[in-house]
Design a protein around this ligand. Structure first.
Ligand SMILES: [Fe+2]
Length: 338
């Protein structure tokens, strides 16, 4: 199966009125299949709400400085997951909720014994791991299983299809995760450099050499964090990146104010200042751009003087950054309704 056939299957699955009514056999036949959805709470407000309730006071107390939560949806009929016998990130603890309709099993191995026996903790197929010393836990439908850190494990749903929601609670703070995420995302994705037309059209093609590059992604902050985490333990695949959906901008001359609660998040890295806003990202590298952003963050208002793209490159870049703040919803024209 290639990524495009996966997409077709997702479309077909979405045509069913609810997840309980999906005819998986129609989609996959009678054999094995395995679906692993990262960032699952991004696609379901209900899931996010339930998860928040479940985390309750614990989350209020520890998020975002101490812990973070990511959500996975795991659907399939399989004798073992494609991850094989593996160990999760050492900072993670994972709750599994089996929605059914059949029992799913988790088989655990003590990690020290696993590492000694197989000369390291690298994941391997369950076919090549002895069951001696393992313990099997059956997760009945409508029940939950807590997976502590530091156990090698493999999931199995061989009696039929199980639908499992997993909440992975990471002991890493949001800031640590963000740093990891930004590093990983940079490694994963080639940067797109905006042409001059970027100032006017956020969907403009790449190809210029400006130091500031536009967000090529529609990956929100949380998504980026969750993805970077999930990627480490899954199969290094990457979520499809959507184009930025912003109408062309022609003349933004005017005075703007940063919106309350919509301030961009700024993270200083060695190679520039990362800004996140409305699901998009830019990296400022030129000192004058960074200075101007810091001034805007402090004064919470700014002006755009020029018709975009008509001035020197440096001014243009600063204007592009300001236009980006407007386009991503971080700022609005003074006098405009919130
Ligand atoms: Fe795992």
């Amino acid at each position: 199966m290639n990524p495009f056939s996966a997409k077709k299957i997702i479309r077909k699955a979405c045509e069913f009125p609810s997840i309980e009514t999906v005819d998986w056999t129609e989609l996959f036949g009678a054999g094995e299949f395995f679906i692993f959805v990262n960032n699952a709470a991004l696609y379901s407000v209900d899931l996010l709400e339930i998860s928040k309730k479940f985390m309750g006071d614990f989350a209020d107390r520890f998020e975002p400085q101490g812990i973070s939560v990511e959500h996975h949806l795991i659907i399939g009929r399989y004798t073992q997951t494609p991850f094989g016998v593996h160990i999760d990130d050492a900072t993670d603890r994972v709750f599994h909720f089996n929605l059914g309709p059949v029992t799913k099993s988790m088989i655990l191995w003590d990690s020290q014994h696993f590492a000694q026996r197989y000369s390291g903790d690298i994941a391997r197929s369950a076919d090549h791991v002895s069951s001696i010393g393992s313990v099997t836990f059956d997760i009945a439908p409508q029940s939950a299983f807590f997976l502590p850190a530091s156990y090698h494990h493999v999931g199995r749903s061989e009696k039929g299809i199980s639908i499992v929601v997993a909440l992975a609670i990471s002991r890493k703070s949001e800031q640590q995760l963000l740093r990891d995420a930004s590093r990983e995302l940079q490694e994963l994705l080639p940067p797109r450099y905006p042409q001059a037309s970027y100032c006017q059209n956020f969907e403009g093609d790449a190809g210029g050499t400006d130091e500031m590059f536009a967000a090529y992604d529609a990956i929100g902050l949380i998504s980026a964090l969750q993805h970077a985490q999930a990627r480490r333990r899954s199969n290094k695949s990457f979520t499809e990146i959507l184009p930025i959906q912003i109408a062309p901008l022609r003349n933004l001359h005017g005075v703007y104010a940063v919106r309350d609660g919509r301030e961009p998040i700024a993270i200083k890295e060695a190679d520039g200042l990362f800004l996140y806003s409305g699901g998009h990202r830019v990296i400022l590298k030129k000192p004058e751009s960074i200075r101007e952003f810091e001034r805007i963050a402090c004064e919470r208002r700014f002006e755009i003087y020029a018709r975009l793209g008509e001035y020197s490159e440096a001014v243009m870049e600063v204007d592009a950054m300001k236009a980006w703040l407007v386009a991503t919803g971080a700022a609005r024209a003074l006098g405009e309704a919130t």
